[in-house]
Write a protein that binds this ligand. Structure first.
Ligand code: AMP
Length: 492
């Protein structure tokens, strides 16, 4: 899961500052590397490992001149996650293209072999998207004897990407002297929105992986780009929109469960409101199951807060902050190996004893992956004096690896792999464990936009919407994970 932003500002403006602000707003989508590329009569690039505030400074920002630019924060999933894998990538010949993405190319290995004579050697799957697009644009350029490319040429090139590149990806690209391009994978698994802003300087266009990026820069969210759809803002600032596919829309439900910021809208569905509906649905399930009403509902910070508050209200039970998270140590999941992950969980959270002691506590979290975090927290809450500890989760059991760019776990690492809910409860040391029903989860999001027929639920079912996920592909992901410690290879 990565975050990106692309901006086409008014003539004479410089967009790097806004891109920087946008990247700060999606830092939660990736803390591994960050980069910005802008364009004047040449590309200007700064990228590196680390957080946005670590990579950029006044000096390198001053170099990033121009009114057309792309920025990216990386969350590693496939590829060694080396410096050369940091995005955006760009090519200068025969036409300049700079690109960033969020997602994962599932036929990366095949395409990579096919392109290996021509491409530089990064291990990032964005490179194959860039090559396919660039090849198709170059062909059109040759056919027109070097004349300007128009929207049809650009959309033709995107069609080539859809034909050749499988997987889930949302992409932003700047095409030198031509404009800003954004497109979304045929099933629309990865989110991407587009916005406009008009002020004294003129009109600017932006696209981003989450609407919060547009908010912080004062853009109106004009549209969510659809599945298999491309949007191109040309040099004359005309917006061209074209639907180039006919696959069903299957946005990733895990964005609403865990990834996205609550203040974002994805496909017109508020993340915050969806999480509240998750909490309400969980409370209904809790009551229907006849489980004892707890004394207190405690969220596991941060992503479970909105749901926990809604659940507490629905159960008519006090909501209390019983766990305090240290925000300055990063997400433990992203640590390079299991040992550092386990120890950092202890550093990550501290209980507020007076909210837990002598109480029947109901903890609420968004998901259980391997179960390590939950087990540690349950132990901590018991040690703080809780009478009983129950656990409610705002998603169903995770059982299948995600080949679309969410670094979770390989199949056998999931605590729910081949285990009953009772077994999982025992393994976590909880008195009772309740997972949100899958239909209820989907419905809670769908209420926000009933035009979405269904969501990608692959991590809960193993049913992959792109239809091309073989056992070999899953084994490849698993091998890649193990060959890089237990940090998976990086896709954006
Ligand atoms: P675990 O200890 O493996 O069960 O991790 C569960 C915790 O990780 C939950 O609190 C989630 O909020 C969080 N989480 C879920 N999915 C991911 C992910 N793909 N990357 C990082 N953290 C995650």
């Amino acid at each position: 899961m990565c975050g990106f932003i692309g901006i086409f500002g008014p003539e004479g403006s410089h967009v790097a500052g806004e891109i920087y602000e946008g990247l700060l707003a999606v830092q939660h989508r990736g803390q591994d590397a960050a980069g910005i590329t802008t364009f004047t009569d040449a590309f200007h690039v700064k990228k590196g490992r680390g957080l946005v505030i670590e990579v950029f400074n006044e000096r390198n920002m001053a170099r990033l001149q121009g009114n057309l630019g792309v920025g990216h924060v990386r969350y590693p999933t496939v590829g060694a996650g080396d410096d050369e894998d940091a995005q955006p990538f760009h090519h200068t010949y025969p036409i300049g293209v700079s690109m960033a993405h969020n997602g994962n190319v599932t036929n990366f290995a095949e395409l990579n072999d096919h392109l290996s004579n021509t491409r530089p050697n990064s291990s990032c799957d964005l490179e194959v998207i860039l090559w396919v697009l660039q090849d198709a644009l170059s062909e059109r350029l040759r056919a027109s004897a070097g004349a300007h490319l128009d929207a049809d040429d650009v959309f033709h090139a995107v069609t080539q990407v859809y034909e050749k590149v499988k997987g889930a990806y949302s992409v932003v690209a700047t095409i030198a002297d031509h404009g800003l391009l954004a497109f979304r994978d045929p099933f629309g698994i990865k989110p991407i929105c587009f916005g406009e802003r008009t002020n004294a300087e003129g009109t600017s266009y932006a696209c981003a992986s989450e609407s919060v990026v547009l908010d912080v820069n004062g853009y109106d969210r004009t549209l969510d780009i659809g599945p298999g759809e491309a949007v191109f803002v040309d040099q004359d600032r005309i917006i061209h929109r074209r639907s180039l596919g006919d696959q069903p829309h299957r946005p990733c439900i895990f964005e609403w469960v865990y990834f996205a910021r609550p203040d974002s809208f994805l496909d017109d569905v508020s993340v915050y409101k969806t999480r509240r509906r998750f909490g309400q649905a969980l409370a209904r399930q809790w009551k229907e199951s006849g489980s004892p009403i707890p004394d207190v509902v405690v969220p596991i910070p941060d992503s479970a807060r909105d749901a926990a508050l809604a659940m507490a209200l629905e159960l008519d039970v006090p909501y209390r902050e019983g766990l305090v998270k240290n925000r300055y140590i990063g997400r433990t999941f992203i640590m390079p190996n299991q040992a550092s992950r386990q120890s950092s969980i202890r550093r990550k959270m501290n209980p507020i004893k007076l909210e837990l002691e002598g109480k029947n506590v109901l903890l609420v979290d968004d998901s259980i992956v391997r179960g390590n975090t939950s087990r540690r927290i349950v132990k901590m809450v018991r040690e703080a004096g809780a009478l009983s500890v129950c656990f409610a989760v705002t998603s169903p059991p995770l059982v299948a690896p995600c080949p679309y760019g969410i670094d979770m776990a390989s199949k056998t690492e999931f605590i729910a792999d081949n285990r009953s809910v009772e077994d999982i409860a025992n393994s976590l040391g909880v008195d009772r464990l309740l997972y949100l029903d899958r239909d209820a989860m989907n419905e809670a999001a769908r209420v926000g936009n009933t035009a979405i027929e269904a969501f990608c639920n692959a991590c809960f079912t193993g049913d992959y919407p792109t239809g091309d996920i073989s056992i070999e592909r899953l084994q490849y992901i698993e091998e890649e994970r193990h060959s890089h410690g237990d940090k998976a290879p990086t896709f954006g």
